[in-house]
Design a protein around this ligand. Structure first.
Ligand code: PMP
Length: 407
């Protein structure tokens, strides 16, 4: 494995050089959106400077170059997650759009009264609301698999929910609110025994470790570029080609058709069938560059580094008086969610900002998780590949001083 040189890695991210309120930026909000390495910034700006044109239609050179760059990104991403072919990659705006696509095109036509959609208690709103919408549209029922006090799924309770009435199991790989890493491979095997397709919300899994769709043996994987050091407004849905062939289009428009007459429109092949309209071309190019960047560092090396910082962070935070960590799963990645007795998380976030520390406070788009733990909100420090133990020290010191001040 390549050597993980944290100082060199940090220099890849120009924004880490800046100051916030006169202090060096300590960016602990990667779960909301990661920072971008120079390689991604360059890929996007180089695209606009040198190759910008619309894709897939032009015979002129720039259009061909733009198409090549965009399609190259699709191939790079396909290989990265071990898709069988790049035709299994549908570019979307991100995880949210990918889940909605599957909900509307795959699940909606297949369910009615008496059918069930199973999710878990630790889902992000983007893996809850699209299913509630399908349930309203079809009369299907939404069923929620429970979690325990650590923030882990209770696997035998999950298995007990599975049966012929369940038309999809949709679950998060790595929780943005708790940091829990679910045993997705085991869960997919469980669902497969019941013939239930599985959608994996991979938004937070992609930046923290290897995601191999063949190994997981899932049916759908949703991901967001901006969580994995790529641009915003771009993401992907991976699905087995046969599912994509069987699914009706999600949106209509240009690009997704082969021929159009007022009597009948013939749809394009996959994945074009699901990519109506001019896509986020530069975003796709940037996402490809992000994958190449992650590959150059090595996901194993990134995971090992982050794990060390997470362990250290857990220890340091627990030493802060009155601090409670929400989410103590045995397998965690990237997230330290916490509350401090007698301190409102929002006040904490605002005061901590003055130390240059960027963290997030709130429900993290996972209100049912907050309800389960009986808190309105948490403060969340989330890690990226560039974070250091030194930054954890800055966070812990700032927390201690803030707590003293507020008490
Ligand atoms: N799922 C999880 C676990 C997430 O963390 C997020 C983003 N916070 C999403 C889904 C939604 O991703 P996006 O907003 O990029 O569509």
């Amino acid at each position: 494995a390549p050597e993980f040189d944290i100082d060199r890695v940090r220099r890849d991210f120009p924004i880490l050089q800046r100051e916030v309120h006169g202090k060096p930026l300590v960016y602990l909000d990667t779960a909301a959106s990661a920072q971008r390495p120079q390689a991604v910034i360059d890929a996007v700006s180089n695209f606009y400077r040198e190759h910008n044109a619309n894709v897939h239609r032009g015979v002129h050179l720039l259009s061909q170059e733009a198409t090549d760059a965009y399609e190259d990104a699709r191939r790079v991403l396909a290989r990265w997650i071990h898709a069988e072919s790049e035709r299994e990659i549908v570019f979307t705006r991100g995880t949210t759009e990918s889940v909605n696509l599957v909900a509307q095109s795959f699940v909606r036509p297949r369910v009615g009264p008496g059918d069930q959609i199973v999710i878990t208690h630790m889902e992000h709103h983007s893996n809850i609301v699209p299913w509630q919408m399908v349930c309203e549209q079809t009369g299907a029922e939404l069923v929620v698999a429970p979690i325990d006090e650590r923030g882990e799924l209770i696997l035998d309770r999950l298995e007990a929910l599975l049966g012929p009435q369940v038309k999809i199991l949709a679950l998060v790989h790595t929780s943005n609110a708790l940091g829990t890493v679910n045993p997705v491979q085991e869960i997919c095997a469980m669902a497969n025994r019941h013939g239930i397709p599985v959608l994996v919300d991979g938004a937070q899994a992609m930046p923290h470790g290897r995601v191999n769709v063949q190994e997981l043996d899932c049916d759908f994987l949703c991901l967001s570029g901006h969580k994995m050091y790529g641009p915003t407004g771009i993401g992907a849905l991976w699905a087995r080609q046969q599912w994509l062939e069987d699914m009706p289009p999600y949106q209509g428009g240009g690009e997704m058709i082969r021929t159009v007459t007022f009597d009948k429109t013939e749809y394009n092949d996959v994945p074009a069938k699901f990519e109506a309209g001019t896509p986020n071309i530069a975003g796709g190019v940037g996402l490809g560059a992000a994958v190449r960047y992650l590959d150059s560092l090595g996901m194993e090396a990134i995971a090992a580094h982050e794990h060390e910082v997470l362990e250290y962070g857990t220890e340091r935070l627990l030493a802060v008086e009155g601090l409670r960590i929400i989410g103590t799963a045995r397998n965690k990645a990237g997230v330290l969610s916490f509350t401090i007795e007698g301190v409102h998380p929002h006040d904490l976030g605002t005061l901590i900002d003055h130390y240059g520390v960027a963290l997030r406070t709130g429900h993290h788009c996972a209100m049912p998780v907050m309800q389960f733990f009986g808190v309105p909100a948490t403060a969340r420090a989330s890690l990226g590949l560039y974070n250091t133990k030194h930054e954890i020290d800055i966070l812990a010191d700032a927390l201690e001083r803030t707590v003293q001040m507020l008490r």
